[in-house]
Design a protein around this ligand. Structure first.
Ligand SMILES: Nc1ncnc2c1ncn2[C@@H]1O[C@H](COP(=O)(O)OP(=O)(O)OP(=O)(O)O)[C@@H](O)[C@H]1O
Length: 336
């Protein structure tokens, strides 16, 4: 299968006092960030040569439903016709990744992409019984470079090993549950959420300390007039742990270890992105659990959407530029 282009969206966390150095041009989907050398802050010196960033879309104050329609709906429709899909959120601590992927779940209007993807898949299953759609789910997290099964007892989870089959990454030992209803899938997702590794961080009271992937495996067992073949595809929904500086902040030994592991795995991710951007023949996917986890998504065998979440506050400007520069350059500049 040929390489699909990865779509990149920027979601800016709402702010009462956005940095005056950030200029958003919604019509051209670009963000211009001014140099702030004189004020002693602003973009890190290495990155000053380029500060205009282009996206497939910029999300500022859209509803959760609008974010689903713009970023995720097309991927889910493709999964229903047999293409693998991946949607992942990346950004600084507290920038809105979990809000984007999970959302606030008490009322549907604030639900994020994962409950909405589940809803759309079961809507299709129920409206087309002749297609005999079967849905399985799994949920894993990578915490300190160990893979845990969020649908099983935590201590059993480190038995999971990764293997590559038919060019896609599979996880041996990971629980996969057949769900016949939307409620069942949602219940498993929320149960898994409760097992995630979280901690208090100065930028976020409930900060994810692990990379999490919820997967829906969708099989169509009977062909139909619109889609004659039987199909099988998976949709990976990934909420990455946030990167962040730890300078000047008191953290426990456990938190320090988590921060080192998170930042290290995100650096490996950026390396892979950069290798892909340069068109290298060998891509170092195997250097961390995270890059292996995202191999399908980045390597071209999947419809992939990256949502970069970012703060607009001036105090976070260095990190915002860094995230835009590192992940955005390979995907977007080469494609527009
Ligand atoms: N677009 C948004 N609209 C409204 N509230 C938001 C938005 N983005 C984030 N928030 C709020 O900001 C807080 C932090 O967001 P969230 O937990 O999603 O960040 P995160 O990027 O997942 O952080 P971490 O990396 O620490 O896990 C939450 O209370 C969330 O509700």
């Amino acid at each position: 299968m040929g390489r699909f282009r990865i779509k990149v969206y920027l979601r800016l966390r709402p702010s009462d006092k956005p940095s005056p150095f950030i200029h958003i041009q919604p019509t051209s989907s670009t963000v211009q960030i001014d140099d702030d050398k004189h004020a002693g802050g602003g973009p890190p010196k290495n990155y000053t040569e380029r500060r205009l960033f282009r996206f497939d879309g910029i999300i500022q104050s859209s509803s959760q439903e609008a974010v689903f329609d713009e970023c995720a709906k097309g991927v889910v429709e493709d999964v229903l016709t047999g293409y693998h899909g991946t949607i992942f959120a990346y950004g600084q601590v507290g920038s809105g990744k979990t809000f984007t992927m999970t959302g606030e779940t008490k009322t549907f209007i604030y639900c994020g992409l994962i409950p909405r993807c589940i809803h759309r898949i079961f809507e299709e299953k129920e409206s087309k019984p002749a297609a005999e759609i079967k849905v399985h789910v799994s949920y894993l997290e990578i915490h300190n470079e160990v893979i845990y099964d969020l649908l099983a007892k935590r201590e059993a989870a480190s038995q999971i090993t990764t293997l590559e089959e038919d060019g896609t990454v599979e996880f041996r030992g990971l629980t996969r549950v057949l769900c016949t209803t939307e409620e069942q899938a949602l219940k498993l997702f929320f149960e898994g959420e409760r097992h995630k590794a979280v901690a208090v961080h100065p930028l976020n009271q409930v900060s994810s300390r692990s990379h999490c992937m919820f997967t829906l495996y969708v099989e169509r067992h009977a062909g139909m007039a619109s889609i004659p073949e039987k199909t099988a595809a998976k949709l990976n929904l990934v909420d990455l742990a946030g990167f962040g500086q730890s300078k000047g902040i008191e953290f426990s030994e456990q938190s320090k270890k988590e921060i080192v592991n998170i930042n290290k795995s995100l650096i490996f991710l950026e390396q892979v992105v950069s290798e892909l951007g340069r068109g290298q023949t060998h891509i170092s996917f195997r250097q961390s659990r995270l890059t292996l986890l995202l191999k399908d998504a980045l390597g071209g065998n999947s419809r992939t959407v990256l949502i970069i979440c970012a703060w607009q506050e001036h105090i976070c400007l260095d990190e915002t530029v860094l995230v835009l520069f590192l992940l955005n350059r390979s995907f977007v500049q080469s494609t527009h």
